[in-house]
Write a protein that binds this ligand. Sequence first.
Ligand code: FE
Ligand code: ZN
Ligand code: FE
Length: 188
Amino acid sequence: MKIESLLELYIGQLQDLYDAERQIIKAMPIMIEASTSDDLQDALEEHLEISQEQAARLEKIFEKLGEDPTGQKCKGMEGLINEGIEELNKQTPKDVKDAAIIAAAQRVEHYEIAGYGTAYKYATLLNHPESAELLQRTLEEEREADRTLDEIAEQINLQAEQMEESDDPPNDAQVSEGEEKSEGGRAA
Ligand code: FE
Ligand code: ZN
Ligand code: FE
């Protein structure tokens, strides 16, 4: 397939993003199910809802363009999701698994930030201000999701690290295996 213009490139990029969102919407319930931290589950559930709105926003943009949103397979997102699922299928202590879910989710967010950042710039250049506005809104939501995951990771990575150091427990809170840890019990 030949791409003759920035407009065609833009449409292809939007189709890629649309397929990426649809893959995310399908995969997210698996990530939510596998995560044990309430904060992480809440964040993923919230982002699942937001992802549905983001896909609807792309449909709106395609309607204005008079183009079909489907037709492109996002192999990048497919790869990221497959790597994440592989990680879930490994036997790991729960905090380590939560850390792995965050690692996978942040890769997804960064991929989307790159895609939406580019699409937003193209929409601006092509003088499609309404679409640019929608893409900017999504871009900001992806950044926000990434920041939220950063915050959650601070606590979970610490818990995951402490699990591995059972010979050398932290002096302020001894965490024994199998014991329920209180939510937010340790300040990050
Ligand atoms: Fe998204
Ligand atoms: Zn792609
Ligand atoms: Fe996202």
